[in-house]
Design a binder for this molecule. Structure first.
Ligand code: UDP
Ligand code: MG
Length: 153
């Protein structure tokens, strides 16, 4: 099964929406396999947002992402990476579809509640960027037979 990395961003912590954000993923039927709180620093943010470091708004993103600790989670499921991206909605929360985390809960491009790996290739880099092997867990979810058909597990 695929695994993906998410960060629940400082705006969700400040607004008391951590549980709401997690609920979209839990309700969908995904499995939480890693969970912790971290204070991000410039070094990690430069690595994580390497595709944005040359943008004029990078300092704003870095200051925002350092403004409180973040929740770091790894989730597992069939086609989990794409499923979670769809649940997040597009980057600009004002344009994100209703029913998505950003579309339902946000109004900002920057303060858009959640980061999620954008491809399986990215997830394979981002999960070990934030989690050591012994911080990730594998376990049987007893409700899998109701979440997936037998040939989908
Ligand atoms: N971001 C921003 N302004 C922009 C583009 C991105 O503040 O014009 C922030 C926003 O928080 C976004 C993050 O930088 O979630 C990473 O940008 P990316 O393009 O990777 O969007 P995502 O994959 O998070 O949808
Ligand atoms: Mg991205």
């Amino acid at each position: 099964m695929e695994r993906t990395l998410i960060l629940i961003k400082p705006d969700a912590l400040q607004r008391g929406l951590v549980g709401r954000v997690m609920s979209y993923l839990e309700d969908k039927g995904l499995t939480l396999v890693g969970n912790k709180m971290m204070q991000l620093d410039d070094s990690l943010l430069h690595e994580h947002y390497a595709h944005l470091v040359d943008k004029p708004f990078f300092k704003g993103i870095a200051d925002f992402m350092k403004s409180t600790p973040v929740i770091v989670q790894c989730w597992e499921g069939q086609e989990c990476v794409e499923v979670v991206r769809k649940l997040c909605g597009v980057t600009n929360a004002r344009e994100a579809a209703s029913g998505t985390i950003r579309g339902d809960l946000g109004m900002s491009v920057q303060s858009n509640l959640i980061h999620a790996s954008d491809s399986l290739e990215t997830a394979k880099v981002e999960v070990p960027r934030f989690f050591k092997d012994d911080e990730l867990f594998s376990y049987d979810k007893k409700n899998y037979e109701y979440i997936y058909a037998p040939d989908e597990k």
